[in-house]
Design a protein around this ligand. Structure first.
Ligand code: GLN
Length: 194
């Protein structure tokens, strides 16, 4: 379908996202400069360390450039640290962010005992069977407002949400073989104005 999907390649596990995108037959671009955003259908902001990615984003001009391209129609998917960077409100933090999505998110919400774990998650938007969701020092979404809506919950907390052409997940779909969450995002990126 000739989709062009950028993966923000400043820090974190951007390579795994690029592989998932290519596996689905779309073109994956590793984005290191704002000019590379100009003709993208979608952008993935990977997991990693949100304070580091946020600082680098501010330094390179992405904090202005990404929202500008979002307004133009580019879809955005943030996983884990990427989801934190999409949120308007980050609990107990004033770190740099894009602040595009109407949600309040809590970093490292699962505590030290459960630094990483995998669960089978029910995500009605992608259908059956359950999705193998890997959580690594993951955040959860405490509150959604505006037009943001939940797509999946785990133990009473929202772990995947969507608002128009913005998608966020606490977990890392790029670390498993199951490409359905990436396919969902690619469909969103393909549906301009939808
Ligand atoms: N705990 C990290 C943060 O707050 C996110 C971890 C991840 O992306 N796997 O930025």
């Amino acid at each position: 379908m000739g989709l062009k999907i950028g993966v923000l390649a400043l820090q974190g596990d951007f390579r795994e996202h690029a592989w998932a995108v290519e596996k689905l037959g779309a073109q994956a671009i590793q984005v290191r400069r704002p000019a590379q955003l100009e003709d993208l259908d979608g952008l993935i902001i990977p997991g990693g360390e949100s304070t580091t990615i946020g600082k680098l984003m501010a330094q390179y001009g992405f904090i202005e450039a990404i929202p500008a391209q979002y307004k133009r129609g580019m879809a955005i998917y943030g996983t884990c640290a990427g989801a934190i960077l999409l949120a308007k409100d980050i609990k107990e933090s004033d770190q740099p962010r894009l602040g595009l999505m109407d949600m309040s998110i809590r970093r490292n919400a699962y505590g030290r005992q459960r630094e990483s774990f995998e669960v089978t998650l029910d995500i009605p938007a992608i259908g059956e069977p359950g999705f193998p969701a890997v959580f690594i020092r993951a955040p959860y979404i405490e509150e959604l407002y505006g037009t943001a809506r939940p797509l999946a919950t785990y133990r009473g907390h929202v772990v995947m949400a969507q608002q128009d052409r913005l998608l966020a997940s606490s977990f890392h779909p790029e670390l498993t073989e199951d490409t359905r969450v990436h396919a969902y995002f690619l469909a969103l990126a393909a549906s301009r104005g939808g």
